[in-house]
Design a protein. Sequence first.
Length: 369
Amino acid sequence: MSILLLRRALCLLTMLSLTACTPYSRGGGRSDDDDATGDDDDATGDDDDATGDDDDATGDDDDATGDDDDDSAGDDDEDIACDQFELMESGTSNHLEGLWGTDVNNMWAVGQEGTILHYGGSAWEAVEIAGSSFLIAAWGSDASNVYAAGKESDVFHYDGTTWASVETGLPYSPAYIGVWGSSADDIYVVGWSFEVVHFDGMTWSTVAHGLPAPGVEANQLLDVHGTSASDIFAVGVGGSIVHFDGSSWSAMDSSTSEHLSGVWAAAPDDVYAVSEAGNVFHYSGSAWSLQAAPTINPLAAIHGVAPDQIYAVSGFGAVFYFDGTSWSSTVHEKIPRLNAVWANHDGSVFAAGFDGTILTAQCEEVDDS
C-alpha cells in the first residue's frame, strides 16, 4: 500500500487539520515520493516548477501542446475528437474532488472545506453551506435532485433551490467517497471500511453485503457506477471490485492488486476501471483484464457518455480520451493534479482538481435516441 494512501487514511481517522494532511482524493493510492511520477512531498504534491509536472514521466514536453511525439498514448492530436481544454476561473483555491452535471449550463463541483460551486453557463459561483469540512463526490438524478458526500458522514442534498444537510441516521463514517444512483429512489454511497450505503427514496441504510474487505491498512471503496438498478459496480483499494445484480453483492476477480480509483460502465459487458498505476481495466461481461496503460502516472477518475467517448484524468494533471480504439492525451498545457472528470451528452467535458483547477472542452454531442 502506498505511503500517501496510508497517510490520508490516518488523517481522516484522526481528523487532523487540512494544513496537516494531504487532502483525500479518489486517487489516494498514489504516492507523492520522489519517484518516476515527478512529484515531490510538498503540500500540493507537485514539484518545484509552477506547473507541478516534470518533462519525463508525464510524457509532456515544454511546447504549447504539452505532448511529445512518442508519449504512451501513441496518437497524434489530429486523431483526437476533443483536444482543446480551456482553463476556467473557478473563484476558489480549494482543492476540488467531485463533479456532476446535466449539460454545459448546469454543472456542480465539490471539494475541500465544504466547497460547492455551480456553473450556469457563464461563471462558476460558490454556494455557502454550513456543517461540512470536506466534500468528495457528487451525483444527481436530475437538476433538482443532487447529492454531495464526504468526510465525517457528510451528506448534503440540493432540491433545485437550496442545499441542506441530510440526517441519514447511520453510524459515523470517516468518509463517503463515491456516490451514484439508478434513480432518485435508488442511490448508493461507498467509502470507508468497505461500506456500502443505500437510499431508497425514504430511508438510508447500510448494505449488509457480507463481502470481506481486502485486508490492507485502509479498507476503502473509492467509486461506484452502474447501468441499472440490477447492474452496479464498486471499486477500491487492493484491486477490489464488487458487483450488485439486483439481489446480492458479489466480489469479482479484477486481475490486479492495484488500488482502483474510478469506475464507469457503458453497458453490462463494457465497464472500465482506472488504477493508481496508470492502468485501465476492462470488463467484457465475463472477465476483467488489463486494457491499456495510457500513462505511468496515477489515474484518479473516469467518466464517459458512450463506448467511444470516455475520459480519464491523471493525478499529475493530464486528461486522457478513449475513442473506442485507443487512449490519447487531450491536455495541451501543464496543470495541477486532477481528481475528477465529468462528460455530458451535449458534448461538454469538465475536469477538476487541486488549487481550484477546472478545465472544460466542447466535444461532439452524443445522440441518445
